[in-house]
Design a protein around this ligand. Structure first.
Ligand SMILES: Nc1ncnc2c1ncn2[C@@H]1O[C@H](COP(=O)(O)OP(=O)(O)OP(=O)(O)O)[C@@H](O)[C@H]1O
Ligand SMILES: O=c1ccn([C@@H]2O[C@H](COP(=O)(O)O)[C@@H](O)[C@H]2O)c(=O)[nH]1
Length: 239
């Protein structure tokens, strides 16, 4: 008997930082391959998946701004970092025989296709995994906002944030190991309590479009599939 699926069409936000593994910078191919394996397993369950990938393993715009540099240039560098990660993840998925396309919010036609909602939906309809690169294409945003935006554009019924921690806590658990972990929250709870797991714009956009957010650890192999089939460990944010 096939397990009942919690969601049929999901947008997965993959932490850029997770891709570096223990290296401290850049891409650990073994980690990219493992995450690709988790995506392939979820696809085999019959779930439509598209992906937004972060860039924190390579570059964040605030790193430039905090040293007195130009924030917009820094953000452009950060968005380019997400394209590098998207190409790496596509390579890992293609090795597993998963038909995958990268669509960038910033045109670079020699490297990948450009994003439009129409093209993205057509690729998804054809059964491809779509990886959205380049964030929203605009500075002063993050890939969490891009994930909420693309989830709405793709008609996703949930936004999965695969990150470094296994859910949302009362405070950053990396700073306070005694912080309380939540299984269930509303979008309003996250905003009112200022829980910094995602930026405010991303949470507000998901709330406006009634998209549940599922926060889980991308480091736990098979967790993505377990959550979709009713198990696993995650915090679910819904109204
Ligand atoms: N209330 C909270 N609950 C859980 N984690 C929190 C909370 N507040 C802050 N965090 C931190 O937020 C981090 C996730 O946010 P962030 O989006 O910056 O990283 P990421 O998922 O690795 O993405 P990327 O590397 O792509 O930027 C967690 O690793 C955690 O340390
Ligand atoms: O829409 C966007 C998305 C991202 N950026 C810049 O890229 C880096 C990396 O993204 P993360 O979400 O931090 O992983 C981000 O710090 C921004 O500098 C952007 O400008 N616009």
């Amino acid at each position: 008997m096939t397990a009942e699926l919690r969601f049929k069409r999901v947008l997965l936000k993959v932490s850029g930082e997770a891709l570096m593994g223990d290296q401290g910078f850049g891409i650990d191919v073994a980690v990219a391959d493992r995450i690709a394996g988790d995506i392939a397993a979820v696809r085999r369950l019959g779930v439509d998946i598209s992906v937004v990938i972060g860039g924190g393993n390579i570059f964040r715009g605030v790193a430039v701004a905090s040293k007195g540099g130009d924030r917009v240039t820094g953000d452009h560098m950060g968005m380019l970092a997400t394209v590098i990660n998207a190409l790496a993840l596509r390579t890992s998925l293609m090795k597993l025989g998963v038909d995958t396309v990268v669509l960038s919010a910033i045109a670079m036609p020699e490297i990948c296709e450009s994003f439009s909602q129409r093209v993205a939906l057509a690729h998804a309809e054809a059964g491809r995994v779509v990886i959205f690169a380049g964030g929203t294409g605009n500075p002063f945003f993050t890939t969490d906002s891009a994930a909420a935006l693309r989830a709405a554009e793709m008609g996703a019924d949930a936004l999965f944030k695969g990150t470094q921690v296994d859910g949302i806590y009362s405070e950053d658990p990396k700073i306070n190991p005694n912080a309380e972990r939540y299984d269930q929250l509303t979008h309003d709870d996250v905003l009112r309590q200022g829980l910094a797991i995602m930026d405010v714009a991303a949470i507000a956009l998901a709330r406006e479009n009634r998209i549940p957010i599922v926060v889980f650890s991308i480091h736990h192999q098979g967790e993505f599939a377990r959550i979709l089939t009713g198990g696993g460990r995650a915090t679910i944010v819904s109204d």
